[in-house]
Design a protein around this ligand. Structure first.
Ligand code: GLN
Length: 501
């Protein structure tokens, strides 16, 4: 499989053109997508038109010219559906391009389609999508990971050069690990969230998934940076991330947090990481054990805080302002009752008004019941509960305190080391269907990825090859860095890739 960096060289030498590249990806999508279910929508004619436009202007040497890019279907592209893999938004068309899309388009990227994911990015296996599960390209009986499973599977199966994912608690890194590709969750605020449908706004990050660390760096170059349309976007300088891949890790201080290598970690994964770390040490990295003592509170704090934010963010989908509407008959009834409720202010009896309100409530309930799947409903209920008066202090406020402590852990450890190397997941990919009825087991699988989102620090996953035990599925390793430490973790990840070549 060629990386974009290699395709770019071929393009520059005139050995191929954008149309040829895109046509071959479209052919592969036609062939493999029916079984993988990685894409929700592909607009072939539009992708080819974008490619031809770029081919017709050969003197414009755009940095990402010819990059065939897939986009997770929670990111807005003007005039395209953005479903969030939910029945709620099945027919919803986006009115504008996300900032990252605008920037990547201007840099020469070609958008081939929108990828499947867990519904509203809630999940770790890509089984909560209204459009059905995505399958792992390495073995169709296994999950590709989630929630950006379609994006990771599309890259792993060679259906595009790279893909955009989003990561609220691991959704770029975990599917990258399960599919055997590279994936970067940038520092919170490094990439604008404008045009990304919100799940948990203080956690959500958009980032690249690619065949190589270099491809992730090239994409980040054109995604990062301050955006007036996202007040939480950072104005920190955007370096050339590809320049950071020097192949030199001499003197880089790497910490192995002992809490990430404790009981519960699969032995095969542990030994693959240890082997890679020994390689980095041979290249001159300085490795030592460190501690992040509050790691054990990560999953609990994450599921309290993100469900709280989700319950608020998803309140807008009520069938009237946005989203799926319950059957037209009920809608007419509800609208009539809304009018009645308004006119009720002018003399209607209290009883009639109550009746009108309850009909409207029924309509909201019907629209939301039909529009959302089980996992989304579970999170809305959990979030409403932890925010409710009486429980707020016990859950939400405590969760915020735990978040601060976890962030302090990272701040302290990055005084001692430049980066952390950890597993991405406690276990290899699991069988489709094996955890769908056990949300706790699913949530606990996020133990190594959620702390980075709680703290806002960047995390990169690099593939390490295949697990030693059958069915020999892909395994990834996570590299975490301090805020805006993307260059360091990309350099280490690139080195880890070189060691495997
Ligand atoms: N698996 C986590 C969850 O279900 C992370 C999801 C994400 O990063 N979008 O919340």
């Amino acid at each position: 499989m060629t990386s974009f960096a290699d395709a770019r060289k071929a393009l520059q030498r005139g050995e191929t053109d954008c149309e040829t590249l895109v046509s071959s990806f479209l052919a592969r999508i036609r062939e493999r997508n029916p079984s993988l279910n990685a894409f929700i929508s592909v607009d072939e004619a539009d992708a080819l038109a974008q490619a031809r436009r770029l081919d017709r202007s050969p003197d414009v040497d755009l940095p990402l010219k010819g990059l065939a890019l897939a986009v997770k279907d929670v990111i807005c592209m003007k005039g395209r559906r953005v479903t969030c893999s939910s029945r709620m938004l099945e027919q919803f068309e986006s009115l504008y391009d996300a900032t990252a899309i605008e920037r990547l388009r201007a840099a020469g990227a070609i958008f081939v389609g929108k990828t499947n994911c867990d519904e509203f990015a809630m999940g770790s296996s890509n089984e909560t999508s209204y459009f059905g599960p995505v399958r792992n390209p390495a073995n169709a009986e296994y999950v590709p990971g989630g929630s950006s499973g379609g994006s990771a599977a599309a890259v792993a199966a060679g259906l595009c050069h790279a893909a955009l994912g989003t990561d609220t608690g691991g959704s770029i890194r975990q599917p990258a690990a399960h599919c055997g590709v590279a994936g970067l969750k940038p520092t919170y605020g490094r990439v604008s969230r404008n045009g990304l449908v919100a799940f948990a706004s203080s956690f959500d990050c958009m980032g690249p998934i690619g065949q190589s660390v270099e491809d992730c760096a090239l994409l980040l170059n054109h995604m990062a940076g301050r955006d007036e349309r996202d007040s939480t976007s950072a104005s920190a300088r955007v370096p050339d991330y590809a320049q950071a891949l020097t192949g030199d890790v001499r003197g880089v201080r790497i910490g192995l947090p002992k809490e990430y290598f404790a009981d519960g970690l699969d032995d095969g994964i542990r030994s693959m990481i240890e082997e890679c770390v020994r390689g980095l040490e041979r290249e001159g990295a300085i490795v030592r054990e460190v501690s992040l003592p509050r790691t054990e509170y990560g999953v609990a704090a994450y599921y309290i805080l993100t469900t709280a934010e989700a319950s608020s963010n998803l309140a807008r989908y009520d069938g009237i302002r946005y989203g799926h509407r319950a059957a037209p008959g009920e809608l007419r009834g509800a609208l009539r009752s809304e009018q009645a409720a308004v006119s009720g202010a002018n003399g209607e009896s209290a009883g009639e008004r109550l009746d009108a309100e309850s009909m409207l409530r029924e309509f909201y309930t019907a629209s939301r019941t039909e529009g959302f799947g089980d996992e989304v409903k579970r999170r809305i209920m959990l979030g409403a509960y932890v925010l409710s008066s009486g429980y707020y202090e016990a859950y939400y406020a405590k969760g915020q305190q735990a978040r601060t402590l976890i962030r302090n852990d990272f701040d302290a450890v990055f005084e001692e080391v430049d980066a952390l190397v950890t597993p991405a997941t406690p276990a290899p990919p699991f069988r489709l269907g094996s955890r769908v009825d056990d949300p706790m087991a699913m949530y606990l699988g996020d133990v190594y990825t959620v702390p980075a989102n709680l703290a806002g620090v960047p995390g990169l996953v690099v593939p390490l090859g295949l697990h030693p035990a059958p069915p020999r599925l892909p395994i990834g390793m996570q590299i975490l860095g301090p805020h805006f430490g993307e260059e360091t973790i990309l350099r280490i990840g690139d080195m880890a890739e070189r060691l495997q070549r």
